[in-house]
Design a protein around this ligand. Structure first.
Ligand code: NDP
Length: 263
């Protein structure tokens, strides 16, 4: 029987065990997916090996540790500097990032997008900015403070802080900040956000399971809105397939994992 886990701290809230166990059961695969609270990120790979895991997902705050400590890195994870999926092959642990392709799959339904604005400059913003750029979408990063912008500037993005922001027209505005997660804050001053929404078609918040003030404002202005549930779903589908050497059918995995959101 194969054994998988999610490493994080906190990890109690994660629905990954539900998603992956539904897929294991639905596809008749012999395996079990548990959750593991890990306090010391430095121990992520030694813990992975001592638990004799076949694969794992990694969530806050350990994605950078997983990136630094795994034996082999997928080229995309290497670009972003964060790993959310670990897979055991032979005696090596391979690191991948499925957050970014998961996000990209979740915006397929929007159709053609030429210009995007990302609010926030943390790990999720890096992943999303990189996949948008790889797919030819011109992307601006807007962050509250200046100090997280270096990575984006070095990688050729238009990256600005709130105090020197010169807005353009964007088709898609994405909130990757934690504003609205456990409070009622907007990621940007209401008037400025409202101006951006006037020119935009789509608003996306990576936060899931609640309508954030960001999405409420976008809805009021009649934008097509989406929260982070599909990103979470698709990153899980892609990770699950990596656990099984990409031999499974993504649509089949999706069908089973989707049920976790209704339970
Ligand atoms: P980080 O901690 O790396 O980055 C947080 C960013 O938010 C920073 O740029 C910070 O700006 C900004 N920020 C925080 N509070 C505010 C505020 N009140 N106003 C404006 N900006 C603010 O976070 P992550 O990138 O790891 O995660 C971000 C969000 O993405 C979380 O809510 C997380 O739950 C969600 N997420 C969803 C996923 C999914 O599958 N749907 C996957 C991964 C993450 P500053 O630099 O100025 O402090």
């Amino acid at each position: 029987m194969k054994l998988f886990t999610i490493f994080g701290n906190p990890v109690e809230h994660s629905i990954s065990p539900k998603m992956h166990n539904l897929a294991l059961r639905g596809l008749n695969l012999d395996g079990c997916y548990i959750r593991t609270k890990l306090e010391d990120g430095e121990k992520i790979i030694s813990k992975f090996n001592s638990m004799r895991l076949d694969g794992a997902n990694v969530t806050v705050p350990h994605k950078e540790y997983a990136y630094k400590l795994c034996d082999e890195l997928d080229s995309f994870a290497n670009k972003i500097g964060a790993v959310n999926t670990l897979v055991k092959r032979g005696n090596k642990v391979y690191g991948y990032n499925t957050d970014a392709p998961g996000f990209f799959k979740s915006i397929e339904e929007f159709g053609k997008i030429s210009y995007a604005l990302i609010l926030g400059a943390g790990g999720t913003a890096k992943a999303i900015a990189t996949i948008l750029k790889e797919n030819g979408i011109k992307t601006t990063i807007l962050n509250r403070s200046q100090n997280r912008l270096d990575y984006f500037i070095k990688n050729g993005f238009d990256a600005q802080s709130h105090c020197n922001f010169k807005p353009k027209k964007y088709d898609l505005v994405i909130n990757t900040t934690s504003a609205g997660l456990s409070n009622n804050e907007l990621p940007l001053q209401s008037l400025k956000l409202s101006e951006l929404f006037k020119d935009a078609k789509f608003a996306y918040d990576v936060i899931y399971n609640k309508e954030t003030p960001f999405l409420s404002l976008a809805k009021k202005q009649n934008l097509i809105c989406k929260d982070g549930a599909d990103m979470l779903l698709y990153q899980g589908v892609l990770a699950f397939n990596l656990f099984f050497n990409n031999k499974l059918n993504e649509q089949e995995i999706t069908k089973h994992m989707k049920k976790a959101f209704k339970l």
